[in-house]
Structure formats: C-alpha cells, structure tokens
Design a protein around this ligand. Structure first.
Ligand code: ATP
Ligand code: SF4
Ligand code: MG
Length: 329
C-alpha cells in the first residue's frame, strides 16, 4: 500500500514574543513556543490515522502543515510522494491540492451564511471550472440529507446537519485525503456517532484516506487504523487502536484511557487527566511528561526518550510497556 501522507521530522516553532519595543523597554528576551517537534508518521492510502492529545498538544498545527496552510519550521510533508514546498510544476501542485480537503470543528463558522447550500457544496468544483450539474443534490443524499435541501441556507440546519454539509462540500472535488480537525467535538454525543458512522461509510465508498484529529481517544477508537498520541508537540506513542486500548505502552496513553469519560453504575463520573499540562514555552527537561508520570525515574528527568519500535507500534518512553491500566491485573 502506498502512502498518501508521509510526514518527516515535522517541527513548528511560533514566535510568541511581545512586540519589539516592549521587549526593549522591559528588557525581555524573545519567547519561542515549539508547538510541534520532530513528528514523523505515514498514512497509507484508504486508511485512517488519528492524532490524539490534550488541548495545546499541537494537533491542529500538524493538520494545518499537512494541508499546507502553515509552513513547517523544519521537516517535510509529502502528499502522494510530492512535497508541495519543493515542487515547481504548477500542474502537479494543482493536482495535489485538489486531492486534499479539510473539515473543521465548527460547522457554523465554516459555512457562508449568505450562500445557498448548492453553491456552498459546489464552490470548490466551480472554482476549478468543473461540472456542477446535479452534484450538490447527489452529495446531499450521500451524506443523509435530501436533494431539496440544496436551495436552503445554512441557518436552516442543525449542528449535525451542518457538519454533514461540510462533509458533502469536502467530497465535491473527489479528494483522496480529508484532514478532519475535531469534526464532531461541537456536536451532541448521539449526533457525533451518526456523523462518525457516515464518515466511515463514505471512506469505504469513496476510497478516502483520513487524518482525523481529536482530543478524545474514545471517539477515534472505532474508526482509526492507527492512533498517534501527542504530548506537548511530540509523538509519544503510535499503535493500532486495539493494542493501544488493551496494552498502552506509554504512561500518558494509559492516563488518557483511564481518564476517558466513563459512566459508573449511576451514570456519573467524567474524570479529567491528572495534573497540569506544562508550559510549552518552557517544557520540562528530559521526558516532558515526567512531572505527571507515575513511573518517572531519574533518567526521565534528564534524558528525552526517542520514539522507538515497541511491539507492532512505536513508543517514546524509558520504561515502555511497564504501565498497567487502572483495574488491570
Ligand atoms: N499562530 C500561533 N501563534 C502562536 N502560538 C500558536 C499558534 N498556533 C498554535 N499555537 C500554540 O501552539 C500550541 C499547539 O496548538 P494547537 O492549536 O496545534 O493545539 P491543539 O492540539 O490543536 O489544541 P486544541 O485541542 O485546543 O485544538 C499551543 O500551545 C498553541 O498556543
Ligand atoms: S520516559 Fe519516564 S517520565 Fe517519560 S513517560 Fe516514560 S517513564 Fe514516564
Ligand atoms: Mg486544535
């Protein structure tokens, strides 16, 4: 299977310094924030790769670099073997760009309120001079809406229906890769499941490849072929969902699984992960997870573990595989 996406040593640093004059007067140094650090992964065609991590872990920054909305500070992104930043051939750039679509979290903000649904859905195709006759109607039916909805405006739809419109629009240009950044986080749980099921079905029907971004491991468990867990901009574990959920090798993954929203016998309990996420401008030395890690030893405080093969996956931990899930024997 060939890779649709190949990300190598991807790094993105943001300059978050105060304005130059303030810095001069207050004698402040420049402040640099490393949002993504040395991240490498591949996504074979027709598979789903899920990126998971807490808020601020760098998920969206990676997503934006993959779709070429943001420039990497270091490293590279190849789509179908092509690095858009190095290619000069306009036709190749055009072809690759039309193979990529992105779906964002907020279906309210990403649909133009003054346009009819038909125009919203067909716009990416019309902009390239493609044929749009009957396209919106066909896609609306594919995403579980009705052809008659084509004449309506976005405000006439619920949140879940709007996200279906975003999916229809993404499909219009017949992409190979869809990068979905928290596409269902703004939706109620039951609606979330419907949209996820729809996306899974469409993947098979249209031969799509997904990069699926979520802060919630449970959301991606059933749809991902591979899950990559991010902590402070670094990939700390990568594995197939079943392996990850039954035998997480990294203590942070185990923490996320233990903290995943679970209902007790009384329908209560939503435990957040333990401890604070450190300041990404001044991350802890050694393994950045050590202040929160139950397995941390002296070596963890000074030596950053590299991401290495572990079983069928990869993990970055000096004590990989030694963590046990709560309640596990
Ligand atoms: N344009 C920017 N300028 C400065 N800092 C940024 C910028 N974009 C992101 N960051 C910082 O980079 C880090 C990673 O942000 P990112 O949005 O990728 O996280 P995320 O994992 O998508 O989080 P969330 O779950 O909240 O969406 C954060 O510390 C964020 O504040
Ligand atoms: S390297 Fe050490 S601190 Fe980091 S996750 Fe592994 S055991 Fe914990
Ligand atoms: Mg984000």
């Amino acid at each position: 299977m060939s890779n649709i996406v190949s990300v190598k040593n991807l790094t993105r640093v943001f300059d978050v310094s105060k304005p130059w004059l303030n810095r001069l007067i207050e004698r402040l140094p420049k402040r640099m924030l490393t949002a993504v650090s040395d991240v490498s992964f591949d996504i074979p065609e027709r598979t789903t790769y899920a990126l998971v991590g807490e808020s601020g872990s760098g998920k969206s920054t990676i997503g934006k670099m993959v779709v070429d909305l943001l420039t990497p500070s270091e490293g590279s992104v190849e789509i179908e073997g092509i690095n858009l930043r190095e290619t000069r051939d306009a036709a190749t750039i055009d072809r690759i760009r039309s193979d990529i679509q992105m779906i964002f979290q907020d279906p309210f903000a990403s649909l133009n309120p003054r346009w009819r649904v038909r125009d919203i859905i067909t716009e990416p195709v019309a902009a390239r001079g493609g044929k749009t006759d009957g396209l919106a109607e066909k896609l609306l039916e594919q995403v579980g809406l009705s052809a008659e909805d084509a004449v309506k405006y976005p405000h006439q739809f619920s949140g879940g229906q709007r996200q279906r419109l975003c999916v229809a629009r993404a499909l219009a240009s017949e992409p190979k890769l869809i990068v979905c950044d928290e596409p269902t986080s703004a939706l109620d749980v039951s609606v979330q499941a419907q949209v996820l099921n729809l996306m899974s079905d469409l993947k098979d029907e249209h031969g799509l490849t997904y990069l699926f971004i979520s802060h919630d491991l449970t959301v991606v468990r059933h749809m991902a072929d591979t899950i990559g867990v991010l902590y402070l901009g670094r990939l700390v574990e990568e594995a197939a969902p079943d392996d990850l959920f039954t035998r997480p090798a990294h203590p942070y993954t185990a923490m996320l699984i233990d903290a995943a929203p679970r209902l007790d016998a009384f329908g209560r309990e939503v435990e957040p992960p333990e401890g604070e996420i450190p300041d990404p401008i001044d991350p802890p030395k050694g393994c950045a997870f050590h202040p929160r890690c139950p397995l941390a030893t002296d070596v963890c405080k000074v030596d950053r573990p590299a991401l290495e093969r572990h079983g069928l996956g990869r993990v970055a931990c000096h004590h990989a595989g030694q963590i046990r899930l709560k309640g596990a024997a």
